[in-house]
Write a protein that binds this ligand. Structure first.
Ligand SMILES: NC(=O)c1ccc[n+]([C@@H]2O[C@H](COP(=O)([O-])OP(=O)(O)OC[C@H]3O[C@@H](n4cnc5c(N)ncnc54)[C@H](OP(=O)(O)O)[C@@H]3O)[C@@H](O)[C@H]2O)c1
Length: 257
């Protein structure tokens, strides 16, 4: 089956393309580097020719409120318009667990807008809500610095390995459209400040992590359970300790939320 992965050069996209190919699919990585720009529409008609499924795991280069909103709205509309013309039968998009509860954040307002465009289109779809990636813990620290210290709320979350995100998205991409949301999550719950502290220690990053109940996540204040998945979530198997042993000292810095 021909499956186009928009954002195929990114953290999740590159893993997803590899997994789909391992399973015998014709997976095509699409991104500006391969001549596909979803914001302008450049290259979309050509790459979607003969595709049955499109998986959007792209992310906005800018997180500024207006820029990120424009990115997700415009690039999603462009994809869906070209998909309709090409006869694509399943649009899959990666979003974040709790997105609908995070509208105080400009980034999450953009993800809400992306999901609305998908739900209103005529293309059958599946929206995958994943929890925060282990690989994003350093990035989370980087966007949470105030006065040289990392301020994070001590709320619960259930993060997961990017590898498990890619496996979960791959399974959904090759199945029938659910025309709704599927949640995927890691196997264990942690406190956000605690896990970021452990990740920074493994990277020998000396920044202090302060547990601050009013610290914001991408601009949104969090309650104890805002980031947790519901009871029907599907769980990845990689435990944090095992991942950390493999990743100690390797600083992946994805831009995602
Ligand atoms: N980080 C988290 O914890 C988390 C949790 C749940 C869900 N998510 C979601 O996961 C998704 C993917 O995140 P990620 O960390 O894998 O992203 P990433 O590594 O930053 O990759 C982003 C991808 O988007 C591509 N891209 C950027 N602008 C584009 C354009 N105009 N046209 C086509 N492609 C474009 C990039 O291409 P270039 O290589 O050319 O830049 C890259 O391939 C995001 O939608 C995010 O909201 C993230």
């Amino acid at each position: 089956m021909k499956i186009v992965v928009i954002g195929g050069s990114g953290l999740i996209g590159s893993k997803l393309v590899a997994k789909l190919r391992e399973h015998g699919h014709e997976a095509i990585a699409a991104s500006p580097d391969t001549g596909v720009n979803t914001l302008t529409g450049q290259g979309l008609a050509e790459v979607l020719n003969g595709a049955l499924v499109v998986v959007d795991v792209s992310n906005s280069p800018s997180w500024e409120d207006a820029a990120v909103l424009n990115f997700f709205e415009t690039s999603t509309r462009n994809q869906l318009n070209y998909e309709a013309a090409a006869g694509v039968r399943h649009h899959v998009a990666l979003s974040v667990v709790g997105t609908d509860r995070l509208s105080e954040s400009g980034y999450f307002r953009a993800k809400i807008a992306q999901e609305k465009v998908i739900k209103e289109s005529s293309i059958p779809y599946s929206i995958v809500h994943a929890t925060q990636f282990f690989e994003f813990l350093k990035g989370l620290a980087d966007i949470s610095v105030e006065g040289g210290k990392v301020h994070l709320p001590p709320v619960l979350f259930q993060p997961m390995a990017a590898d498990d995100v890619a496996s979960g998205v791959a399974r959904i991409a090759v199945g029938p459209p659910v025309n709704g949301i599927v949640e995927i999550a890691g196997p264990e719950q942690f406190r956000v400040d605690e896990l970021v502290r452990r990740r920074l220690a493994s990277l020998k990053d000396a920044r202090e992590v302060i547990a601050d109940p009013h610290a914001r996540y991408a601009g949104a204040e969090l309650a104890e359970r805002t980031l947790l998945p519901g009871k029907n979530a599907r769980f990845g198997e990689t435990r944090f300790d095992i991942w950390l042993k493999k990743s100690a000292g390797v600083a992946a810095a994805p831009k995602g939320a």
